[in-house]
Write a protein that binds this ligand. Structure first.
Ligand SMILES: [Zn+2]
Length: 261
């Protein structure tokens, strides 16, 4: 998986599993116009991403995947290929990915959830037991270790700020990591697929308010392009760290701010 340094922070992409998204889940996406987005099974394959932010004595896990389970396709929606039909979403890899990154669940001091969708909160409390020492929802709430955030900008650590980015859900936040004149924006579900970089008419079915989601998408993509900030959405193929060139052309980040392995 990919890793990048931002000042004193190291940020690593982690994956919990895979979702096979049916085309109708992307209103406005014409597969004839964008055949490159399709897997041979006729769905759009997206990783279930999470990110680990370490530095300044802190270990922050951003999103917690789908959890150790799978979900089927909605009735009447199946991939064109696949025998037997694979699940639409399957998670379960996050703790192994975390271990590979050299981090145990008890090392995580803060779990930051960009929004409360099932592919971002799956490991908070699988089987109703919090997976991380200081976090989950009901189980975590009962344990007294959950904190809702409010406001436009909420500091989590030096240079690490949650910023309100509503639309996909009303309380959706992105995470801004800024240090030594470098900047990374973990975009969560502000954008779901690279094809949306080029085409503002493509939405995602789970966007709570599609108009606001589109406005938020433009706002953050414009800012990333204008400031040369590195971005990392939660579901882009390969979970690469990207900069946006002219026309929002995504360029994988290489060189001094980034190392991959
Ligand atoms: Zn998501």
């Amino acid at each position: 998986m990919h890793r990048i340094t931002v000042g004193d922070y190291t940020v690593e992409a982690l994956t919990d599993g895979l979702c096979r998204i049916p085309i109708p889940f992307f209103p406005g996406l014409d597969p004839a116009e964008h055949p490159e987005v399709l897997d041979p099974d006729g769905t759009v394959h997206v990783p279930i991403g999470a990110f680990l932010v370490r530095g300044q004595g802190r270990t922050i896990l951003v999103d917690t995947g789908f959890g150790p389970r799978e979900t089927g396709f909605p009735h009447g929606v199946t991939p064109a290929a696949g025998d037997p039909t694979p699940p639409m979403g399957e998670g379960g890899d996050l703790l192994a990915a975390l271990a590979k990154a050299g981090t145990a669940p008890e090392d995580v001091d803060t779990v930051f959830v960009t929004h409360l969708h099932s592919d971002h909160m799956g490991w908070l409390a699988p089987e109703s037991t919090p997976a991380f020492a200081r976090v989950g929802l009901e189980a975590v709430h009962t344990a007294g270790s959950i904190e809702a955030i409010h406001g436009e900008a909420v500091p989590l650590a030096p240079g690490v700020t949650a910023r309100h980015a509503p639309g996909h859900t009303p309380g959706h936040y992105v995470l801004d990591v800024e240090a030594d004149d470098e900047r990374l924006i973990l975009l969560g579900d502000v954008i779901h697929a690279p094809v949306q970089l080029r085409d503002d008419r493509i939405h995602f079915i789970a966007d709570h308010d599609p108009t606001e989601a589109a406005r938020t998408r433009r706002r953050w993509l414009d800012e990333a392009e204008r400031t040369s900030a590195v971005i990392a959405p939660a579901h882009f193929p390969g979970l690469e760290f990207l900069r946006l060139g002219p026309g929002r052309t995504p360029v994988a980040v290489q060189g001094f701010t980034s190392q991959t392995r």
